[in-house]
Design a protein around this ligand. Sequence first.
Ligand code: DX5
Ligand code: ZN
Length: 215
Amino acid sequence: MSPLIAPSLLSANFANLHDDILMVNQSEADWFHLDVMDGVFVPNITFGFPVIKAIKKLATKPLDIHLMIVQPERYIKQFKEAGADILSVHYEASTHLHRTIQAMKAEGLKAGVVLNPHTGIQVLEEVIADLDLVLLMSVNPGFGGQQFIEQTYSKIIRLKQLILDSGSHALIEVDGGVTTENAPKLVAAGADVLVAGNTVFKSKNPSLTIHLLKQ
Ligand code: DX5
Ligand code: ZN
């Protein structure tokens, strides 16, 4: 089965996002992946509501927003209003995760939880049935263009089993170091959605690369 592809705009040309957004619109990509970083949860700062609203005006595909911020529960409504369709918060950043998930769903958002590479999937046992998405970090969050962490394959397999056992309909998304080389192995392990930043935007032909990732 071919995966959903979510190009990460973190690696796009911020001086000309317009052209990169149109490229994604016209490509075989399925979602836009937007990385929001606060300089506290991760050692980097990216963008916030004004930029997301501007992207929303041009994008013809769902916005998949990955929050790398502390206390993400404080901003759920604003992200919905800015244009989020799918919103994911880090397990490591939200103390009352169950409440945060319910709040996302109450806003009509698809609700996702993100796990850092060091966080085991067992922490999701009590909430997995409520989730639309689990995002597995295959690099430590904060930057594009990092090396893929190989343990991710077995983590996907174990997460898939947890999803099946619990009757959850959650999709498995993988983020960080995804390439046209490792994509088939990720899909074989059980990944449903692949995020790709550098692989797409630093390639000579980004829409062809999206096509190849989808194979
Ligand atoms: C990293 C971000 C990723 C990043 C992936 O913290 O969550 O979405 O853009 O970039 P690549 O695909 O280049 O590893
Ligand atoms: Zn991301």
